[in-house]
Design a protein around this ligand. Structure first.
Ligand SMILES: N[C@@H](CCC(=O)N[C@@H](CS)C(=O)NCC(=O)O)C(=O)O
Length: 216
C-alpha cells in the first residue's frame, strides 16, 4: 500500500493528503514529528532534504508536493483533478505556480512577524494582490478549472487557508469567499483542516523551528 509520510500541521503535506482523499486512494499514514524525526538517518535516505511530504508507492519514492500530486493524477486518473480544455488547464497550472511562488514565500512573515512590522505589512500587501489575482481568474466558476475541483484548488486553497486566522479574510472578493466556503465543506477538507487552536500550536512550533534555524 502507498505510504504517506506527513505531519498534519504541514501545509505541503496537507496538499497531498487532500489529493489522496479526493481520489480515494488507500494509503498508510506515517506520522512524522518535525521536531527531529525528519533528521533520522532512515528518513534522510528517503528524503535527503528532510521535508514532508513523501510518498512511497509500490517502492517508488517521491518528494515535492506538486510533483507527488501530478504523479497521483497520472497513476490514479479518477476522479480527474486536471481539466482537459486548454485554457482551463493553463489557468490551473498558473494558479498553482502563483500560489507556490508568490504566496508561499509570504507565509512565514505573516505568521511570525509582529503585525505592525514592515515585513508583515509588505507581505500583507502582496497577499492582497494575490487574492485579487485569484478572484480575477476564478471568475464565476465554482473552481479554478471550471465546475470541478482541480489541483489548483487543492494547492491554492491549502496555501491560503491560514489567512483568516491572521485577520485576512476574503470578504472583498465574494467569488473567492464562496469558493473557499465550498472547499471547506468538502469531506477532504473537514478531515484535514486545522482549527484555530491547532493553527496557534503550529505557529508556536514554527517559532521554535526558526530559533533552531530549521526550515519550516
Ligand atoms: N517544496 C517542498 C517543501 C516541503 C516542506 O518545506 N516541508 C516542511 C513542512 S511544510 C518540512 O518538512 N519542514 C521540516 C524540515 O525541513 O526539516 C514541497 O512542496 O513538498
Amino acid at each position: 500500500m502507498l505510504q504517506f509520510y506527513y505531519n498534519p500541521r504541514s501545509p505541503m503535506a496537507r496538499r497531498v493528503w487532500r489529493g489522496l482523499l479526493e481520489k480515494d486512494i488507500p494509503f498508510e499514514p506515517v506520522l512524522m514529528n518535525l521536531n527531529g524525526d525528519q533528521f533520522q538517518p532512515d528518513y534522510l535516505e528517503i528524503n535527503p532534504f528532510h521535508h514532508v511530504p513523501v510518498i512511497v508507492d509500490d517502492g517508488f519514492r517521491m518528494v515535492e508536493s506538486i510533483a507527488i500530486l501530478e504523479y497521483l493524477e497520472t497513476k490514479y486518473p479518477h476522479p480527474p483533478l486536471l481539466p482537459k480544455e486548454t485554457q482551463a488547464l493553463a489557468t490551473v497550472r498558473m494558479v498553482q505556480m502563483v500560489s507556490t511562488n508568490e504566496l508561499v514565500p509570504k507565509v512565514l512573515p505573516l505568521i511570525l512577524e509582529n503585525q505592525n512590522s514592515p515585513s508583515f505589512l509588505e507581505a500583507k500587501q502582496q497577499v492582497e494582490k494575490i487574492l485579487e489575482f485569484f478572484a480575477d481568474n476564478l471568475k464565476n466558476n465554482s473552481y479554478f478549472g471550471g465546475d470541478n475541483l482541480s489541483l489548483a484548488d487543492i494547492i491554492a486553497g491549502t496555501d491560503i487557508s491560514f489567512l483568516p486566522y491572521l485577520g485576512i479574510n476574503f470578504s472583498s472578493y465574494p467569488n473567492l469567499n464562496n469558493w473557499f466556503q465550498r472547499l471547506t465543506q468538502r469531506p477532504s477538507w473537514q478531515k484535514t483542516e486545522l482549527s484555530a487552536e491547532e493553527f496557534e500550536q503550529f505557529r508556536r512550533v514554527l517559532m521554535i523551528m526558526r530559533k533552531r534555524k530549521i526550515k519550516p
